[in-house]
Design a binder for this molecule. Structure first.
Ligand SMILES: [Zn+2]
Length: 278
């Protein structure tokens, strides 16, 4: 990992002239995203999303749960976009085409792909329990996208495999090499074609927790719900033979819950200040 980090820093310097490194909104962390552009990442993500949706059972929009996912997603999207625009970070959402879908699946999972494609699986709803629980997951997953974590992991994985550019990315569908396509599947978390998902780093998880709390707070959901949600998720992990899919990429251990508690006071400030404007 250390070597990877060092090479990321070196690559960062090297690629600054081509695609500069960027800063994550709110946390200000410098990240190396230089081997794949935002446009390329979004293009590949939309193709992957379409492939997934074409083979999944999408719950109709007039279903109560599907409507709730769309409502929570819409509220968080609006709050996040307003924040980014007001703070000169709007380039982060260039090319976004938001969608909030619920698919019928026993798997306990949810994700937001680069470009704003959000999917919840019905299997996660009992652990979310209510709308505030959905907002915890929604805020967290949208935070991964806003913080360009997919692009960052893609760039790191490419650097580790010695791939310096993704190659042919024409209009519409990516037609480059299979190695890159496999990485896309692994990074985006659908994993349908490769059966394996590259987990987020601990740093990315912690950052998504922090931003996620703030995003849900900005949208008018009390961020303290996050602690109870991750406790329920940890319980679900202990009580089932097949651990929830989300846990394989999101360990819900004591460290995570302790971290969340530490980050709550800052998020509560957003909750209070945004509440006064509603
Ligand atoms: Zn995460």
């Amino acid at each position: 990992m250390k070597t990877l980090l060092k090479s990321s820093v070196a690559a960062c310097l090297l690629f600054t002239l081509i695609w500069s490194c960027q800063k994550v909104p709110l946390t200000g962390r410098n990240q190396f995203v230089g081997l794949v552009s935002n446009d390329q990442m979004i293009q590949m993500s939309f193709a992957e999303y379409k492939g997934f949706m074409d083979t999944s059972k999408v719950v109709p929009a007039n279903n109560n749960d599907a409507a709730m996912i769309a409502r929570v997603g819409g509220r968080i999207k609006t709050a996040v976009e307003n924040y980014l625009i007001q703070n000169n970070y709007s380039e982060v959402i260039n090319g976004y085409q938001w969608e909030f879908k619920l698919v019928q699946s026993k798997e306990v999972n949810a994700w937001c792909m680069p470009g704003g494609k959000v999917c919840f699986y019905t299997g996660i709803l009992p652990i979310c329990k209510d709308e505030a629980g959905v907002a915890v997951v929604m805020g967290h997953e949208i935070a991964h996208a806003i913080a360009s974590h997919g692009r960052e992991r893609m760039s790191q994985a490419m650097a580790a495999q010695g791939i310096t550019a993704i190659g042919a990315a024409g209009a519409g569908i990516y037609t480059g090499n299979q190695q890159v396509m496999d990485l896309v599947g692994q990074v985006l978390g659908v994993g349908a074609t490769v059966g394996y998902v590259l987990p987020n780093s601990r740093k990315q998880e912690s950052e998504a927790d922090k931003l996620g709390l703030i995003f849900m707070a900005m949208a008018g959901y009390d961020p303290s719900n996050a602690v109870a949600f991750w406790q329920r998720m940890a319980e679900a992990g202990k009580n089932s033979q097949k651990p929830p899919k989300l846990l394989s990429t999101h360990p819900a251990d004591e460290d995570r819950i302790a971290d969340l508690k530490k980050q709550l006071p800052q998020a509560q400030k957003y909750y209070t200040s945004y509440a006064s404007k509603r």
